[in-house]
Design a protein around this ligand. Structure first.
Ligand code: SF4
Length: 374
């Protein structure tokens, strides 16, 4: 099974926390689509085009800055070059771009899952994050979505903002939950160095969020969503039973995927495993000059990645899977470490290693310890 990720690198403005690759000049969208079609056609008759494509993901950037006719052309080109038997086509959108006809057009084109970048309903927080939409638009897009032909959709929320109180988070959840979303991605705000927020922290104008506060926010989100039947299946992803996203799961399970568009990553495990990245530069991409950084991955690197990604999920990682697929046998030191953390209630080990709610909050530290003890 393989997935295709399409990076649409345009945004109306730069959100203060974002370190994805994007540009704010949107005049080159048509030229970009033509180049993206060219990149899709470049895979004609290659080994990569032989696997059935099960998921397609329009991410960015802001895919909702594309027109439906452009989305149609992209989907047609994918169908022409790849064996598309998609169980899921996800399309990221921002609240200020969404209209009823836009949603209907996307659904008619076969897009099956909408991913709405709400982040918050709080005007102050939206301003702090430098989001392009208002609180009213955030609510309105959810009304449109609930009455649209989309049965499956997800809403992105951000918590752990430096000035965000527990009450503000509760209010955001109070506004979201009446819509009964099938899926929610809730991310704790991370401060990346090359962002506007990162610079403000560096200059001492803003204090980064405290770990305790972030952990409390995580508990609030976990509890409130869980009470509404929306359960965590990955550190940042929650869904109603059967509404889990397939595309991201394929990343966590090392399924093959291709990333198209500037800055997009690809992973392919045939006889050997490779990861490569398109240059994150729209100008080079449009001039057809982008260079790809390709890296071959060893089995040990793959095993460590599998541990990192798998331990963030509810299913965890199978001990036998590590042995068979990655030739990775847990050392005595690792086993002793797992026993200790199990006694502390941070994880469970039988034939799988799974982090508990207590452990998931310090997932990165546990994973790092485990990997270094190999
Ligand atoms: S968060 Fe999304 S909309 Fe905001 S700058 Fe980043 S990619 Fe663009």
């Amino acid at each position: 099974m393989s997935g295709i990720y399409l990076h649409i690198p345009f945004c109306k403005q730069a959100c203060s926390y974002c370190d994805f690759y994007f540009v704010t000049r949107t005049s080159e969208r048509e030229h970009f689509v033509q180049q993206l079609l060219k990149e899709i056609y470049s895979y004609a008759d290659t080994q990569n085009a032989e696997e059935t494509v099960k998921t397609i993901y329009f991410g960015g950037g802001t895919p909702s800055l594309l027109e439906p006719r452009q989305v149609e052309k992209i989907l047609e080109a994918l169908e022409q070059i790849f064996q598309v038997d998609s169980r899921e086509i996800t399309f990221e959108m921002n609240p200020d771009d969404v209209t009823e006809p836009f949603l209907a057009d996307l659904r008619n084109l076969g897009v099956s899952r909408a991913s709405m970048g709400v982040q918050s309903f709080d005007p102050e927080l939206l301003k702090f994050m430098h989001r392009a939409h208002s609180s009213e638009e955030a609510l309105h897009c959810l009304e449109l979505l609930s009455n649209s032909p989309f049965e499956s959709y997800t809403v992105d929320l951000i918590y752990g903002n430096p000035n965000q109180s527990n009450e503000q988070l509760e209010t955001d959840l109070n506004k979201l939950l009446p819509f009964n979303p099938p899926h929610v991605s809730a991310y704790s705000l991370t401060i990346e160095p090359r962002t506007r927020l990162g610079k403000q922290v560096e200059l001492g104008r803003i204090a980064p969020p405290e770990d305790d506060k972030v952990a409390t926010h995580f508990d609030i989100v976990n509890k409130r969503l869980s009470e509404h039947g929306i359960k965590r299946y990955e550190v940042s992803n929650y869904s109603r039973p059967g509404c889990e996203a397939h595309h991201n799961s394929s990343y966590w399970e090392h399924e093959n995927y291709l990333g198209l568009g500037p800055g997009a990553h690809s992973f392919w495990w045939g006889e050997k495993a490779y990861r490569w990245k398109n240059e994150a530069d729209l100008r080079s991409y449009l001039r057809d000059e982008d260079s790809k950084e390709k890296e071959q991955l060893s089995l040990q690197q793959l095993a460590e990645e599998r541990l990192m990604m798998g331990l963030r999920t509810r299913l965890g990682v199978g001990v036998k899977e590590l042995e068979k697929k990655y030739d990775y046998i847990l050392t005595d030191r690792q086993q002793q470490y797992l026993v200790k953390r199990q006694q502390e209630g941070k994880l469970k080990v039988d034939n799988r290693i799974k982090l508990t709610d207590k452990g998931i909050k310090i997932a990165d530290a546990i994973i790092l310890d485990l990997v270094t003890l190999y």
